[in-house]
Design a protein around this ligand. Sequence first.
Ligand SMILES: [Zn+2]
Length: 388
Amino acid sequence: MRFYRSKFVLPIAAPPIENGAVAVDDGRILGVGKPADFDGPFTDLGECVILPGFVNAHCHLGYTDMAGRLPFRGSFTDWLSEITAWKRTWNAADYEASTRRGAQMLLRSGTTTVCDIEAAPDNLETAMEAPVRVLSCLELIDVAAPAAGELSWKRFAGLSPHAPFTASAALYRRASAFCQRTKRIFTTHLAESLDEAAMFERASGPLYERLAALGRPMDDCGRGSSVKLLDTYGVLRGALVVHANWLSDDDIARLARARAIVAHCPSSHRFFNHPPFPLARLRDAGVGVCLGTDSAASGSALDMREEMRDFLAVFSAVRPSEALVMATTAAAKALHRPGITGTLTAGSRADLIAVAAAGARDPVEAVITGRAPVRFSMVNGKAVYDEH
Ligand SMILES: [Zn+2]
C-alpha cells in the first residue's frame, strides 16, 4: 500500500477533500480520506488536485496526424470524402505513428481511459501498447467492401459500425448481437449531420447522391430518421451513440427507451459548425450524456479539459462539476466500466491524475482551467507519467 497526498482530492463520487489522501494497493483504490487516515509509505504530490483520470468516450487515435490537414469547407459529405481519400494514402506505419502521438497527447492532458475507434484492425497492437487504458472498438463498414470477419471481433473491447450510411442493417444486427452476447461496447456515429438527416428522412441531399452514385442500396432512405432506422434494427439497446446532433422528440424518446448513452464531442461539434447540441432535451428525457474528443482530424487537441471548456462555453447553465462527471463517471458508465474507473472509490481501479492547483481555492476550476500537462498520472496502480 502507498498513499498519495495533495492539496485537494476530488473523488467525483464524493465531495472534495482539502489536504486529502488516496491510498492505492495492488492496482486498486484502497480508500480516500485525510493523510492521517493512512499509515505507510506515501508520495506528497504537493499543490495539486488528485482526481480520477479522464475517460474519453470517443476518439480515433489513428487519425491524430491528420490534424489540420482536412479543413471543413461547409460540406460534411465533402469532408467525409476527403478523409476517406486521405486514409487510402496511409499505410500501417502512418497509423502507428499517429496512434502513438495521440496516446501521448491523452497521457499529458490527463486521460487514463479512452474508447478508441480502430479503422485499421492491424493497428490494435499499437493501440494496446499505449500508456493509457485503451478500449479499442473495431470500426465496421460494408458500404463498398465486406467488413472484417467475426473471427477478428473477439480481439476488441467493442465494435463500432461506422454510421447508418456506411454500415448495412445486417452488419449492425450481427455486431449488436455479438456485443450483447459477449458484453462488449457497441458504439456508432449517429445523427451527426444535416446531410445524414436529409438522406434518411427525405432520400435527398449530397450524402444521398454521393452514396447512391457509389452503388449503395438506398431503399432504407425516405422512411424516417437514422435514429428510427437503428431502433427498427433493434440495435440501440445500451448503445453508445456518438454525436446525436439532429434529434426529433421521437428520436430522443427512442434513445431514452433503449437506455442508449450519447457521447458529445464539443470541439468536433464546433469544427463542423453543427446547430446547438440538444443537451436539455436529452437530459429531460433521462438520456445519459458523456464527453469525448473525436479525432484530431476534426479539430480536437485530444485534451478532455479543453472539451469541458468548449462545452461549458456553450452551455453556461451547466455547472463545471457536472462537466467533470461527464468526463469521468458518466463516460465510464457508457463504456461498461461504472465504479471501475472514472471515480476514486474504494475498490475501483487506481486510475488517477494530479493537476497543478497552486493558489487555487476551487479544485474543480483548477482542473478545468488547467492547460499545462498534468503533474502525475497512474493507470491500474502504475505511475505512467510523473512530473511532480
Ligand atoms: Zn468519430
